[in-house]
Design a protein around this ligand. Sequence first.
Ligand code: ATP
Ligand code: MG
Length: 183
Amino acid sequence: MRLTQIKLAGFKSFVDPVSFHVPGQLVGVVGPNGCGKSNIMDATRWVLGESKASELRGESMHDVIFNGSGNRKPAARASVELVFDNNDSRVAGQWSQYAEIAVKRVLTRDGGSSYYINNQQVRRRDVQDIFMGTGLGPRAYAIIGQGMIARIIEAKPEELRVFLEEAAGVSKYKERRRETENR
Ligand code: ATP
Ligand code: MG
């Protein structure tokens, strides 16, 4: 499973629809201060289900919607889509047959947030489900933001265990067990 495209529209500084091609396994984003590099990382975590505004460097979730500039009106909605190559069928279950998996999240100013997988509306947890145990998620280690290395080095043993369990693929089963026990 590999991320191949990131499509943004109305998300933070990316007001006009833009599509970034991710050309390889290891990709660097370079550019002057304030050009939107970190906004791309925020977009990636947001579409995967991040629900805490402060994790996206905002005060409220609406802060992810383009809020206008000198000559541009604020956008009515923010949308982010990630396209994954799934030729290795790493995404299991009902989506395993698809060679490409597109995960999208849309937020409108009236607060409506919706998620889609291959243009089919799904729940937030469906999105989280397909990535659980793959190392990719709003707070998972596949996205290494500023300060994350320090966070791992300074983590308490029980916090470190969460990273290790995700890497080993056990977190998925632990979550299932927790849900069953709470029923
Ligand atoms: P640095 O190299 O300093 O880390 P960067 O490339 O990571 O910079 P970002 O933090 O991604 O830059 O982008 C910051 C820019 O995004 C700022 O100019 C900020 O005004 C703009 N921005 C953030 N949220 C919004 C929003 N909701 N609407 C419009 N612009 C926004
Ligand atoms: Mg930055």
